[in-house]
Design a protein around this ligand. Structure first.
Ligand code: GCB
Length: 582
């Protein structure tokens, strides 16, 4: 899947801004014809979650309606026109000028519709119905009776009742683009890189939207290289293998990017062009090691969230810049897109700035009761497909995570994960696949993974207040898991809530000292285990959750930065560990 570009063949227009908006608690909109355009809408900002924009909608999860009007800014004769949504949580249904375009399920992956036949030069009316309700047959799920998660030691559930520990923000959360491409446009590019004797090998597959007699021209340049190739489309695809002598490899600390220009030529004329940044690098698992460019790499960093006051999960570019600056300051080299795919802008920046990313699907809070299982399995499979299709060309993405913290139970969990991991591997044999689990040694899904990802909170949810026993158990458990699976292991979550400004000596739970101490002691354990290849603290920043007694102020306080990005004691402790020379 190619992100829309603006160049001499392609146009793209962001229709984000202030849209009209209506809650629809009686589900009257469809009957009353809101799809053709509605009145009495209130203004809402797009992109942003709706929940924190109004006084009356914080816990309202849908349905709700969005509407905007737009004219087409270009001469698009002979072109194909699309509307593209970066993220709508959770169910979207879209109409243009009263005609239903289709829908999409799942909140964090892009979708688009061809609107060539429906769009007018002026006065287009785009309407989106969004339903973010939590339900057992959705992924991630919520309002599931008998399976509710409990972060609170048995003291009730949470509200809204999500099966996961982050606020179920809803709405149009990433940009909406109208874009035009030529009739014989590239629909996709797949780039895979390898290294041979210091040279970079770049394998490219280009695919046209519609098969047509055409030739593809490839030009890779940058870092002193200038390599070209040409190949004829066979049906819709054309392939090329480029060799970059003495390549400047992509890695954290040296995020060398080349620029790949692809042109489609028909009858001697160039009819389409697309430019893609390419980082030449390899990722592999070898025994207990995770290798980047053939050398062992150790991940330092975080599990995170897309979360910020007022915008909720809405794309906010300054926060992206700020977060990378903080990750650089603290000495992180990586993060996991817990617990859903992050914005394309976030990944572009990881490519540019040299951060490693474990890209995760939205499959969080899975449970394995028979009812609805097939549907959940199909949905998770589609998430893997959509995620790989979207993110496969990012050098920063080094691993796929198919799920977080499933409540795995026999007999269904094992085949469920077998299917997901196989699908990820079939679609992309070049990256390791993982699954983040709290179950540990008994997690059968680990069998299929290349890397084991464990989330552990001993010294917090278990052995509360007792870091000596908590870390002793951690050490034993890591060894037991490694004995059983013999794979590299990343501790993808560990941490403690710290209320910013709360202090205690000796350290006590919820104080900044306790959080810093727990993180430091965990890292001591991890560094003594040669098969551990990464430490991801949970979480980089405090983040909004549903309400419950374990979440003061409806926040998870495990951030080493506050929600507004101020460091707690643990951030300074981590910086001493991760950037010892500074
Ligand atoms: C976990 C979950 C994460 C929670 C975290 C916590 O295991 O994966 O989503 O936020 O624990 O803080 O309880």
């Amino acid at each position: 899947m190619l992100y829309p570009q603006f160049n001499r063949f392609r146009q793209s227009h962001d229709v984000s801004g202030f849209w009209d908006f209506r809650f629809d608690p009686e589900a009257a909109g469809e009957v009353e014809g809101w799809a053709r355009g509605f009145d009495r809408g209130r203004p809402i900002a797009v992109p942003a979650s709706w929940n924190d924009q109004f006084e009356d909608g914080r816990d309202y999860l849908g349905p709700a309606w969005y509407q905007t009007r737009f004219d087409l800014p270009w001469n698009w004769d002979g072109k194909r026109l699309f509307v593209r949504f970066g993220s709508v949580n959770y169910l979207a249904s879209v109409w243009l000028n009263g005609a239903h375009l289709g829908g999409h399920e799942g909140g964090h992956l892009p979708f688009e519709f061809d609107i060539t036949a429906l769009a007018k030069d002026a006065g287009n009316c785009l309407v989106v119905r969004v339903d973010g309700e939590l339900a057992g047959d959705r992924v991630p799920p919520g309002n599931v009776t008998g399976e509710a998660i409990d972060f609170f030691g048995g003291h009730g559930g949470n509200f809204p009742q999500a099966q996961f520990d982050f606020f179920p923000f809803c709405g149009i959360q990433r940009p909406v683009l109208i874009y035009a491409v030529p009739r014989s446009a590239l629909a996709d590019l797949e780039v895979v890189t390898d290294i041979a004797a210091g040279d970079g090998l770049v394998r490219i597959r280009a695919r046209l939207g519609e098969a047509a007699p055409a030739v593809a021209r490839f030009h890779l340049h940058g870092n002193g290289a200038d390599v070209t190739a040409q190949s004829t489309f066979e049906g819709p695809t054309a392939e090329a293998n480029l060799r970059v002598p003495n390549a400047s490899l992509w890695a954290p600390g040296a995020p060398n990017l080349y620029e790949l220009e692809v042109e489609v030529v028909q009858g001697g004329a160039v009819v389409d062009g697309y430019t893609l940044p390419v980082g030449i690098r390899t990722v592999a698992v070898d025994g207990d090691k995770l290798l980047l460019n053939g050398r062992p790499i150790y991940l330092t960093g975080f599990g995170r969230h897309e979360d910020f006051p007022v915008v909720g999960r809405g794309l906010l570019p300054p926060v992206i810049v700020k977060d990378y600056a903080l990750m650089d300051w603290i000495g992180a080299n990586s993060f996991r897109t817990s617990h859903y795919p992050y914005s394309e802008q976030m990944l572009d920046m990881a490519d540019r700035l040299g951060f490693l990313v474990i890209a995760e699907t939205p499959a969080v809070g899975l449970f394995f009761r028979e009812d609805g299982l097939d549907r959940r399995s199909e949905l998770c499979l589609r998430y893997v497909q959509e995620l790989v299709a979207r993110d496969r060309n990012h050098p920063s993405v080094i691993m796929w995570s198919v799920a977080n913290e499933p409540h795995s139970k026999p007999p269904h969990a094992k085949p469920f994960f077998h299917r997901l991991v196989d699908e990820a591997r079939a679609l992309d044999p070049t990256r390791p696949v993982t699954l983040a689990s709290f179950i540990g040694e008994a997690e059968e899904g680990f069998e299929f993974c290349d890397v084991v990802s464990l989330n552990r909170y001993s010294g917090w949810y278990t052995q509360p207040g007792d870091l000596t026993e908590g870390t002793r158990l951690l050490a034993d458990e890591l060894d037991a898991i490694h004995r059983r699976f013999a794979k590299p292991l990343i501790l993808t979550e560990f941490g403690a809530d710290a209320i910013s400004g709360m202090h205690a000596q000796p350290p006590e739970m919820f104080s900044e000292e306790y959080q810093a101490e727990l993180i430091g002691r965990y890292i001591d354990v991890l560094r003594a285990k040669p098969y551990v290849v990464g430490e991801h603290v949970w979480n980089m920043c405090d983040f909004k959750t549903s309400q419950g007694v374990g979440r003061p102020g409806a926040l998870n306080h495990k951030g080493v930065f506050t929600r507004d990005r101020r460091p707690k004691l643990a951030a300074h402790r981590l910086r001493e560990i991760w950037r010892p020379r500074d």
